[in-house]
Design a protein around this ligand. Structure first.
Ligand code: M7G
Length: 335
């Protein structure tokens, strides 16, 4: 099946936007980043599934209609995320004309079928990570979850050293901030170095359906790892993202504030502060009580006490084989 699929590239919202074929591969903690140098060039990359050799299925999500795969492209590891696409209602009838069916059940008036689509209509969305590091392969694998309650003391002694040592590269973040990639997709921006940000569609959004809208606002200011670092001095930054982000989303997508879930992840995967904006009808991964922290609640909490996130115990999930899991295990956290 994989061999039959065509080249993938990111999809533009309309024909006037050029298809982006450039990709900067996401190396774990690369030398440029350690040196604070974000100026490395973007390497052009094209991909076909015929180049992909499957090593292992990392995770199957039958309900979410999603599978993550570990494979190789050339001599490098790769991670592929394949998702069934949402129904495209305007072309649904045309799409159905191009399908064939095989009956799998018949009982009285009830029947089920396997449906085979053909022609030019894409029925899956694919995301490729190549070269993929061990950390990427682990992130997309099915691993046993454990809840931790991170006290400020655990943060300082266990978590901070672990994330400093094991963080993902955020070269892709610098590429967006410096307009080396995704610049044609920018939804909102403010170049101010203290309170500015760039808002773009999240990689998880196919940009076809506003009810699955998913945008991220990435701050220009460097060195704010997560909500743990937020203090009253950051209120102008947070309020700026909220106000300008909401205004841009209403203007460009006609989605109002009362349809938007706006939040941070704790823990995030990428320790450069960013805010998630998702449509309330879209059950985006990571919107549960053990990961999402609403931006407006964060603003309120810091207004009440500048040290709120320096003092608060925070609960979240770590997964077996994560660097953080091993860090907690070393401290005999798990019974
Ligand atoms: P996170 O909470 O740090 O990690 O959020 P998560 O991936 O575990 O949720 C980072 C967000 O950035 C996620 O929603 C990703 O889908 C998104 N993202 C990651 N990358 C590598 C890119 C990218 O290259 N471009 C865009 N537009 N979004 C990305």
């Amino acid at each position: 099946m994989l061999e039959k699929m065509n080249n993938i590239s990111t999809q533009p919202l309309d024909d006037s936007v050029p298809v982006c074929k450039k990709r900067k591969c996401d190396n774990e903690c690369n030398e440029a980043e350690k040196d604070g140098d974000s100026s490395s060039a973007v390497v052009p990359f094209s991909f076909a599934f015929s180049d992909f050799k499957l090593v292992k299925v990392l995770r199957e999500d039958a309900r979410g209609k999603l599978v993550t795969l570990h494979g190789t492209v050339g001599d490098k590891d790769a991670v592929v995320v394949l998702e069934r696409k949402a129904f495209d209602i305007p072309v649904l009838e045309e799409c159905l004309q191009q399908t064939t069916v095989k009956e799998t059940l018949q009982n009285d008036v009830y029947s089920t079928f396997d449906v085979y689509s053909s022609g030019s209509i894409a029925h899956m969305k694919a995301t490729l990570i190549h070269p993929a590091t061990e950390k990427h392969i682990s992130k997309y694998s099915d691993r046993e979850p454990f809840i931790v309650r991170e006290t400020p003391e655990l943060y300082r002694s266990v978590v901070l050293p672990s994330i400093q040592e094991n963080k993902f590269s955020f070269q892709w973040v610098y590429n967006i901030l410096e307009k080396k990639t995704e610049s044609e997709r920018i939804v909102a921006e403010d170049p101010d170095p203290e309170v500015g940000f760039v808002m773009v569609p999240d990689m998880k959004w196919n940009r076809e359906n506003v009810e699955s809208l998913y945008l991220i606002a990435i701050v220009h200011r460097r060195g704010i790892r997560s909500i743990r670092d937020l203090r009253q001095e950051h209120l102008p930054l947070l309020e700026n993202i909220l106000n300008k982000g909401l205004a841009a989303i209403e203007e460009k997508f006609s989605v109002k504030a009362d349809k938007l879930r706006i939040y941070f992840h704790y823990q995030p995967s990428y320790y450069h502060l960013h805010v998630h904006f998702t449509h309330v009808k879209f059950e985006a991964p990571g919107t549960d009580a053990l990961r999402a922290h609403l931006l407006e609640d964060v603003i309120d909490n810091i207004k009440m006490n500048s040290e709120f996130y320096n003092l608060k115990t925070l609960s979240y999930i770590v997964r077996e084989h994560d660097a953080l899991y091993y860090a907690f295990q070393d401290k005999k956290y798990f019974v």
